[in-house]
Design a protein around this ligand. Sequence first.
Ligand SMILES: Nc1nc2c(c(=O)[nH]1)N(C=O)[C@@H](CNc1ccc(C(=O)N[C@@H](CCC(=O)O)C(=O)O)cc1)CN2
Ligand SMILES: Nc1ncnc2c1ncn2[C@@H]1O[C@H](COP(=O)(O)OP(=O)(O)OP(=O)(O)O)[C@@H](O)[C@H]1O
Length: 186
Amino acid sequence: MAVPSPPAPDKSALRAAARAARAALGESRPVIAPRPELLSLLAPGLTIATYAPMGGEADPAPLASAAVAAGCALALPHVIDRPTPIRFLRWREDDALVAGPFGLQQPVDHMEEVAPDLILTPLVAFDRTLARLGQGAGHYDRAFARYPAAHRIGVAFCVQEVDRLPTDPWDMPLHAIITEREWITA
Ligand SMILES: Nc1nc2c(c(=O)[nH]1)N(C=O)[C@@H](CNc1ccc(C(=O)N[C@@H](CCC(=O)O)C(=O)O)cc1)CN2
Ligand SMILES: Nc1ncnc2c1ncn2[C@@H]1O[C@H](COP(=O)(O)OP(=O)(O)OP(=O)(O)O)[C@@H](O)[C@H]1O
């Protein structure tokens, strides 16, 4: 009889391990610099959704600045609570942010809602098949379902890579992941 294989780790165990790996970077967090493959996706008039990093997340600011330099407009997610879908609101780099739920900084809620052409997505963990793990509230899963034509680009440190993530029926793979070392595509 075959030796039973150990159960695959579930999403919450993988999330905890990846958060610990990210936290172990401490203050020596690498810079995620723009890469040519990302720059080739940017064009004047496009709307790029970025995010205000929290905790130990990779900072997408150099990527957002490259998008502005390429003539793109920016948007940031606006969060109400776990069950409510996020909305992407117009944001310029000098616009003030206010405190939101989960310790997030976000635009004031009366900014214009916009449809992103490319979504820079914070990752908790990822694998080489471009599967991603987020905070578990489904905020980005639902945003991806609402904007299926948007480019889905994950942003993470390479220590957040895991061998293989479990996937659920609602998971939409990323188109690419940018780390401090690589542009990962399938
Ligand atoms: N910077 C950033 N902005 C973002 C997200 C994100 O992951 N990062 N989101 C992604 O969906 C959305 C906000 N959704 C969130 C949903 C749940 C939690 C949450 O449960 N946070 C944990 C702490 C996580 C940690 O230790 O790193 C908590 O509050 O207990 C956070 C954000 C949109 N904006
Ligand atoms: N299109 C959708 N519409 C409504 N609910 C969804 C949709 N996609 C996912 N969800 C819900 O959101 C939750 C997502 O959980 P999951 O653990 O996959 O999150 P995640 O991989 O961390 O991603 P996210 O960053 O989007 O939270 C699940 O409860 C799921 O039922």
